[in-house]
Structures are given as C-alpha cells and as structure tokens.
Design a protein around this ligand. Sequence first.
Ligand SMILES: Cc1cc2nc3c(=O)[nH]c(=O)nc-3n(C[C@H](O)[C@H](O)[C@H](O)COP(=O)(O)OP(=O)(O)OC[C@H]3O[C@@H](n4cnc5c(N)ncnc54)[C@H](O)[C@@H]3O)c2cc1C
Length: 443
Amino acid sequence: MHTFNRRRFLQAAGIASAAAALPRALGAATPARVVVVGGGFGGATVAKYLRLWGGGQVAVTLVEPNADHIACILSNLVLTGALSMDRISLGYNALKTNYGVAVIQARVTAINYGSGTGKGRVSLSNGRSLDYDHLVLSPGIDFIAPPDNPGAWDANVTPHAWQAGAQTLLLKKQLASMRDHDTFVMTVPKSPYRCPPGPYERACVVADYLKRKRLLFARVVVLDANAGIQAEPVAFGEAFNHIYKGMIEYIPDATVSSVISQTRSIITSAGSWSNVRVLNYIPNQRAAAIGPASSANRGWPLLNAQGFVPVDPLTYGVSGYPNIHVIGDACAVPATDGQAVPKSGHMANAEAKVCADAILRALNGQAPDTNIATSSACFSPITATTASWLSANFSYGNIYDAAGKVKGKGMQRVDLGEAPKISGDNYQDMFTWADGLFADSFI
Ligand SMILES: Cc1cc2nc3c(=O)[nH]c(=O)nc-3n(C[C@H](O)[C@H](O)[C@H](O)COP(=O)(O)OP(=O)(O)OC[C@H]3O[C@@H](n4cnc5c(N)ncnc54)[C@H](O)[C@@H]3O)c2cc1C
C-alpha cells in the first residue's frame, strides 16, 4: 500500500464517482475543526487523510495518551523474540510535520455530543477541552471481565497481550520461563473480537518457539469460546493437526466463567485448568470506554448488544448524532449475517479513508459517495519462517439475513480467501504488507 492522492484512492477502492465529487472549498476562511480520538490505525489514518485531501479546509487535532503507537500487528513475533518492540513502534512526528496534524498527548475523559447540533466538546485528562465540528472516535477495544468472581482476574498477572506494549513484554517474559512438561493455556474470545486469526496465530508461534527450544513435552492448550476456528480454517487445521500435532490441544465451545490470576487457574464449560505455567487469558471484547466506566454506555452515544457502536458505512456516522463518526475496532458495520466485517488494522485504515472522504464532502454540502469498497488482510506466522494469510473484500449494497432475505444496506462481503498453502514466501510478503500499512497510516 502506498500513500496516494484522494482521487487515486477513490478509484482504487471503487468509491470514485466523478471528479465533481472532490471538495471545492479548499482553503475556506475558517477551517472546520475535526477532533480525532485515538492514534491507532483508524485514528492516525483519518487524521492524515483529512489533511492530505482537505488541506487548509480542516484543522485536525489527534488526541492520544501514548507517545507512540505500539502496533498489535506482528506483535506475536515480539513474544518469541523474532522482532523487537522498536519494530512495531510507530510515532506521530510524520503526521505533525508532513500533514500539519496537531497531536495532543492526553486521554479523552468525557464527550459532550452537542445535543443534536452537530457541534460539541471533548474533555481531556490534562484539564483542557476541545470544541469540534466533526468528531472521529477510534479508541479500539477494552475487555469484559469473566462473569464469576471478576475481581480475581488481573491482566497484570495473567496478560492478554491483545493491546501491544507492556502486556506483550510481560507475556514474552512468562513464555521464556517455560520448562519442559509445562503448559501454556490460552483463550480465544467470543466473536466479534479484534483480529479473527490472531489467537490461532499466537498458538502456532508459541508452539514453534517451544519446539525450537526443544521443550518437546510442553503443551499449548487453546480454549475457544466459539464452536470452531474463526479464520483461516485450512491453514490452522493443518497447523494444529499436523505441524503441531500432540503439542497444541484445540478445545472448541469453551466458555470461560472465571479466572483466578494469582494461581493461574481458569474454569470453563469445557473443563478447568489450575496452576498452569502461563495463562494467556484473552477476554471477550467491546468498544473501549470513551467516558467514565460509571457513565451511561461508558460514554458512548449508542451501543449494540455486543458492546460496539453501530455505524452507517457511507460516513461511519452514528444515527441521531450528527457529525459523530466511529471507525476501527470500536464500530459495528452492518453486514450479511455470518459475514461480519472483521476488526483489523487494515480494515480500520480503509474505514478511515471512507470517513475522511465523507467528512470532506459534508463540509462542501455534498452527499456521501455510495460506491464504497473496503478490504482487510491479515498475515499469520505459522512457524519461524513460514506464514499464511487471509483477505476479505466488501462493497456497499444489499445485505442479507440468515434466511437469505434482504435486511437492509451495508457492507456486503464480495470475496474471502486464505493462502493456498503455508509458505516462506508468505512470511516475506508479511513484512512488505505490514510496512506498507504502517507507512500508509502513520507516515
Ligand atoms: C496479535 C494481533 C495480531 C494482529 N494482526 C493483524 C493483522 O495481521 N492485520 C490486521 O489488519 N490487523 C491485525 N490486528 C488487529 C489490529 O491491531 C486492530 O484491528 C487495530 O489496531 C484496530 O485499530 P483501531 O484504530 O480501531 O484501534 P487501536 O489500534 O487499538 O488504537 C486505539 C487507540 O486509541 C487510544 N485511546 C483509547 N481510549 C482513548 C481515549 N479515551 N482518549 C484518547 N485515546 C484513546 C489508544 O491508546 C490507542 O492508541 C492484530 C491484532 C492482534 C492483537
């Protein structure tokens, strides 16, 4: 993926209708104020492209508590020592110097949604507040505690490493402490969750690491809350049944009821494990809180039953809340039953561009384009030298319920593919793809 101009992106993504659709009022006297919350793949990309395509028409402020974004993408390779943290650390300097994005290092603590006026205010942890004409929220995910004895779960003792950074380094240290005959127990959250192939990929790289350390009697137990493997069933079936046969034990339909971090114990509907060497409990997920945990909907204007924010895929707007947009893992995009839009960095990047285009059109009094396409790609290392991949493409149109009846408009999955085989070429391609996505989002 390369940095390219708006018209080329619109054409490549199939969302160009006419040159007339490009904004006309670049350099308007008072730039519109766009505040972006969260500097991950969604937030960084929307901030960059608003400025790249909108120029002086928009003043963009990105609010993010961390000095750098540590990408989850490739982070499983940091666990095994194949990559360093530096390799997945992405800074904000290029957004500032190349595009003129104002970056404030702070957390958003509360949002005034403007009572339907479309103009509101966000409050920051540093005591400041920012007024906005459009607000784009891309804060990612947070975690749902197990239902029984939730206070016994402590992610600082049994890390999920599903947000990269300190959690990744803690899990790396715990993995390095494993000896022969030890067990690494991990969970796969209930769908929808961040990066569908990610947990299975982690099981593979952990098993590969143990094998290369000649810990041949160590075991990886994968407790899946779902009925079956959620992504790349061919590649992971091959990995679990052949490459790591006897080392990885895969258990579907394992609903977690409690986790006691101090004793590294877990109770599920498929059995209980106690005092394991490493417990990598990856909890069920929902949109990250955007206000105090005690506030209604944890600060969100609207949430679906699964705890994500329903959006219009033409604008990523929230129904009834003009000028509020939600992109990335936090949003729920309407799709055909069983063909959900995946929560991935690649998809967050694509959604960000559609959202930037829609905001610029709105500022020029234009309707959003309806000729929209988005896509996702995930590369999954299987061994220290091989990988698989998954790709999915979506286009705006009718979407269907489980009985095949049209249920409305949304993003229809037009194809889904996984690598024909696990290979060394895929492993090399993984770095080319990741570097392209990192650059397109942050540079
Ligand atoms: C192991 C693993 C492997 C993965 N591999 C792939 C892959 O191969 N391909 C792929 O496309 N995706 C992959 N992903 C998924 C990808 O990392 C996520 O989908 C992506 O990061 C989502 O982007 P986002 O912008 O929604 O959220 P994030 O990237 O999580 O960014 C959210 C940002 O918001 C900030 N934030 C949160 N709350 C606030 C607040 N109140 N105020 C201000 N800022 C706030 C956070 O600090 C964070 O920086 C992987 C994930 C994991 C865990």
